[in-house]
Design a protein around this ligand. Structure first.
Ligand SMILES: [Zn+2]
Length: 331
C-alpha cells in the first residue's frame, strides 16, 4: 500500500472538541495560568487525559473530559486553549477547522456562557487558521435552561465566530428525540446545526436528527442499519462527520475493518473524516486518514475528496469555501 503524502493536501476537521483536544503543552500552560501546581509527570498527565485500550464505552470515554474542564473555567484559559489548538492544527497542514465546546461546562467559577464564547472567539481571532466555533448543547434532564442559553448565545455570535450548534453527551442515556424543542428554537433563529447521533444509540437517533433539520450528523455510523435513513441522508445531502478512532475507543467497532465507511459511500452518503478528540483518543487527522487508506485502499485522490467534502459541507460562508477549494486545489 502506497503511503499517503499529506504535503499537498489541505486538511480539514469539522468534528473536534476543544476540551478533548488539548495538547500536553497546552495542558501544562493552562495549569500554570490557573496558578495550580503540576504534581504530575507527563505519563501521569496522559493517563488522566487519554483513554486506555480497555475503554468500555462512551460513558467511560466521557469521563476523560473531567480534568481538562477544570482547567478551562476562566476567559484567559479558554482564549489560550483555542489559540493553541488552532496554531497546532495550522502546523499540521490544516486549512480550516470547526472547533466545538459546550459553554455551559465553563461556568463553574462564575463565567457566563456568553463570556466563555466571547473568550473563545478572541482566542480564535489570534490564530492564523480559518475556523469557526460550534456550540454544544448537552444531553441531560436538568439542564434545559442552560441549553436554551446556549442557543441564545449562538444567535448573538452567529457569523461572528460561531457558525452552528450541536447536541453532545451520553446519547445512550438521553435520546435525541427529547431535544426537539432546542432545535425548533435554533431553526426559528436561523442557526444551523449538527447533532451527535447514531453513535451510542441506533439509526432512529439519526432519523430524529434529520427530522429536526440537522445539516450534518456527528458520527451517524449506525445509519447503515436502515436503508431508508441511508437514502434520506444521501438525498438531502446531509454529511456525516465520521471519527473512526473514537468509535473504536467506545467499542462500537472492535476493529477498523468493520468500520462502515465504504458502505456509507456506496449508499451515496457524503462522508467527512475527523478526529473527535485529539488528546482523549491519542490521534490526529493524518492518523485517521492513513488508517482508513490502509484498511480500505483509499489513495490521495480519495483523501482529497474527503477534504473537499468537508469544505463543501462546512459551516463556513460561501466566499471562504470557494477561496479554500481553489487555493488548495481540492477540485
Ligand atoms: Zn463528538
Amino acid at each position: 500500500m502506497k503511503k499517503i503524502n499529506f504535503n499537498n493536501i489541505g486538511l480539514v476537521d469539522l468534528h473536534l472538541h476543544l476540551d478533548g483536544s488539548l495538547s500536553l503543552n497546552s495542558v501544562k500552560s493552562l495549569i500554570r495560568l490557573n496558578g495550580m501546581k503540576n504534581c504530575y509527570n507527563d505519563d501521569e498527565l496522559l493517563n488522566k487525559l487519554q483513554v486506555s485500550d480497555g475503554c468500555k464505552d462512551l460513558n467511560e470515554y466521557l469521563e476523560k473530559f473531567d480534568f481538562p474542564l477544570t482547567l478551562l473555567q476562566t476567559e484567559e484559559s479558554l482564549k489560550l486553549a483555542v489559540h493553541n489548538l488552532l496554531d497546532e492544527l495550522k502546523m499540521q497542514g490544516f486549512i480550516y477547522a470547526e472547533v466545538r465546546f459546550a459553554p455551559q461546562f465553563h461556568t463553574s467559577n462564575g463565567m457566563s456562557q456568553e463570556q466563555a464564547v466571547a473568550a473563545a472567539i478572541e482566542g480564535m481571532k489570534k490564530a492564523e487558521l480559518d475556523s469557526n466555533l460550534i456550540l454544544c448543547c448537552m444531553r441531560g434532564t436538568d439542564n434545559h435552561e442552560e441549553n436554551i442559553e446556549t442557543v441564545r448565545v449562538a444567535k448573538k455570535f452567529l457569523n461572528n465566530g460561531v457558525a452552528a450548534i450541536d447536541l453532545a453527551g451520553a446519547e445512550g442515556l438521553f435520546p435525541t428525540k427529547d431535544f426537539r424543542d432546542i432545535f425548533e428554537m435554533a431553526s426559528e433563529e436561523g442557526i444551523p446545526f449538527t447533532i451527535h447521533a447514531g453513535e451510542a444509540d441506533d439509526f432512529k437517533s439519526v432519523e430524529d436528527a434529520i427530522s429536526f433539520g440537522a445539516s450534518r450528523i456527528g458520527h451517524g455510523v449506525r445509519s447503515v442499519e436502515n436503508e431508508k435513513v441511508l437514502s434520506e441522508l444521501a438525498k438531502k445531502k446531509i454529511a456525516l462527520e465520521l471519527c473512526p478512532t473514537s468509535n473504536l475507543n467506545t467499542n462500537i467497532y472492535k476493529d477498523i475493518s468493520e468500520y462502515p465507511v465504504k458502505k456509507l459511500m456506496d449508499a451515496g452518503v457524503i462522508v467527512t473524516i475527523n478526529t473527535d478528540n485529539i488528546m482523549v483518543s491519542n490521534t490526529d487527522i493524518k492518523k485517521e486518514l492513513s488508517m482508513l487508506a490502509e484498511t480500505f485502499g483509499f489513495d490521495e485522490a480519495d483523501i482529497r475528496r474527503f477534504e473537499r467534502n468537508a469544505i463543501e459541507c462546512s459551516f463556513a460562508d460561501d466566499e471562504l469555501k470557494i477561496k479554500l477549494i481553489s487555493k488548495y486545489k481540492l477540485q
